[in-house]
Write a protein that binds this ligand. Sequence first.
Ligand SMILES: C[S@@+](CC[C@H](N)C(=O)[O-])C[C@H]1O[C@@H](n2cnc3c(N)ncnc32)[C@H](O)[C@@H]1O
Length: 175
Amino acid sequence: MIIESTNIDLPQNPPLLIADVSGSSIAGFQTPETVCNYMSSFLPDNAGTILEPTSGLGNLVKALKHKGTVIEPQDFFAMEKQRFDWVVMNPPFTPMAKGYKILYECMEMSDNIIALMPWLTMINGQKRTSDIIEFGLVSITHLPRSIFNGARVQTCILQMSKGYNGKTEFLNYCH
Ligand SMILES: C[S@@+](CC[C@H](N)C(=O)[O-])C[C@H]1O[C@@H](n2cnc3c(N)ncnc32)[C@H](O)[C@@H]1O
């Protein structure tokens, strides 16, 4: 993987953290609006069908609605597996295996994926790293930890396009 580095200057916004509740347990960190808008900016206008597999409070869905038809299943694992033009996601990571499973299933469901993931996704398993690069990794955006107040993991956004085998761009999200 060849990495090129670019800084992106983005509008300042206070980091937003909302813990939501799924069943009886706290389900995770919702994506702040500025990051949602950034993720949405990877999609073209008229993007077609867009899957948000684990929508939580719907922040990503809101940012994606002007790009196409957004599908948000109540339970991703219960939905009928089908093809979508895009997947845009920030899955749960408790446990980590759950987020990885959702990513792998989404890789079967679309050729275009924008995924907010822990950095561990790329550095903690050689097979997973190879699978993602073989799928096609266009860019990685590093997110500062302050994006998610109270989070202990470092996160990034993977821009994946099936069949892409060019250089992977390294982007630094500035806020
Ligand atoms: C890290 S949060 C992110 C929420 C939202 N994707 C966002 O970007 O703001 C992960 C969300 O996944 C939801 N979730 C967990 N398991 C799920 C499942 N099986 N199907 C759908 N959503 C699920 C949780 O309720 C939680 O809100």
